[in-house]
Design a protein around this ligand. Structure first.
Ligand SMILES: [Zn+2]
Length: 341
């Protein structure tokens, strides 16, 4: 029975309460010693994990071509559990003006899709396009996916996950109409729009994020007010042992910072990761063709190194998830597998 859940969820209380951030004094050495240095290393590692979690590696909603139930998803709205082709979501972006789009490649590495590389072809050369991969124009929204989850270790759980809704350009029009109506009916505010997304099974052309289906009462959308978002999904700030803010208050219900999430791609870095010839006239070409003649460079010129992007380690993926993401992905990060696989 689709419908906006009524249960109240206790606010998460990871870490201590919010503290005000003060600018550090610019005095003394910048070096830290001993325990302080070790602590900073731990903090930096945590931040790196968070950057990964809030960078291009954030979860993307993906619905399966399979209506069987996801294990462990029994909840008030779905006493039997939530089918794999279905997700109730809440849009976090303020308005339709806030959503972003970019060209992107979804690369198959080690037999799996879900390795995304932003395509620079609009303003630079793209080595991945050269390799014959077809990119897509993708629009992104920030959402909460209301799917209960438990970590593989079983020590963490939650009832929702912040994710990206990655919508292929060709599939956006239908969703856009619903979102437009939702925004219009809510004084121009898209944020808080609640949708019941369902993927049609046994249809290879069906969108793998699903399409909005009617809720109880026949409407295609409902709304959470800002107060409801905060009371249902808000949380306090979490702090490191040193008092550094690791996660801002209510960060889980704020849209992603897309500029941070999708930095402008560096065509040369992409070429180095995926192979291909340096572009005529580029500094890299000059160095590879006329460089100091070091053996490594010569070797590189005759046989360009193909370095796949670093794959996330299984430990990071499965066992040591950053606390703000600590979700088992509802399913594979494989939005376009059907089209390409
Ligand atoms: Zn490209």
């Amino acid at each position: 029975m689709p419908g906006k859940p009524t249960s109240r969820r206790a606010a998460a209380t990871a870490g201590g309460g919010a503290r005000s951030a003060e600018a550090p004094a610019n005095t003394g050495s910048h070096l830290r010693r001993g325990a302080a240095a070790a602590q900073q290393a731990a903090d930096e590692a945590q931040q790196a994990a968070e950057r990964r979690a809030s960078g291009g590696d954030v979860w993307r909603l993906w619905l399966a071509d399979d209506a069987s139930v996801r294990p462990g998803t029994e909840c008030e709205g779905y006493p039997e559990g939530i089918p794999k082709n279905l997700a109730d979501i809440i849009i976090l972006d303020a308005t339709l003006e806030d959503i972003v789009g970019q060209h992107e490649h979804n690369l198959k590495i080690a037999g799996r899709y879900g390795n995304f590389e932003t395509c620079p072809k609009e303003f630079d050369h793209c080595a991945v396009c050269d390799n014959g991969d077809q990119g897509y124009y993708i629009l992104f929204l920030s959402i909460l996916a209301l799917i209960p989850w438990t970590s593989k270790k079983g020590d963490k759980s939650g009832s929702y996950t912040k994710m990206l809704l990655a919508v292929k350009a060709g599939q956006f029009a239908e969703l856009q109409e619903v979102l437009h109506n939702a925004q219009q009916s809510n004084n121009g505010v898209l944020r808080g729009t609640y949708l019941h997304m369902k993927r049609t099974v046994n249809d290879s052309n069906a969108s793998n994020i699903g399409i909005p289906r009617a809720l109880d009462g026949g409407m295609l959308f409902d709304h959470y007010s800002e107060e409801e978002l905060i009371s249902e999904f808000g949380h306090v700030a979490s702090m490191s042992n040193e008092g550094k803010v690791m996660k801002e208050e209510n960060q889980d219900i704020m849209p992603y910072d897309y500029n941070k999430l999708f930095p402008k791609p560096d065509a040369e870095a992409i070429r180095r990761r995926h192979g291909g010839k340096a572009q005529p006239g580029s500094a890299a070409e000059a160095s590879e063709a006329w460089g100091a003649g070091e053996p490594e460079q010569t070797a590189q010129r005759t046989a360009p190194r193909r370095r796949p992007p670093p794959a996330p380690t299984p430990a990071e993926e499965e066992d040591d998830l950053p606390f703000d993401q600590g979700a088992q992905q509802p399913d594979a990060a494989d939005p376009f597998a059907n089209e390409q696989g």
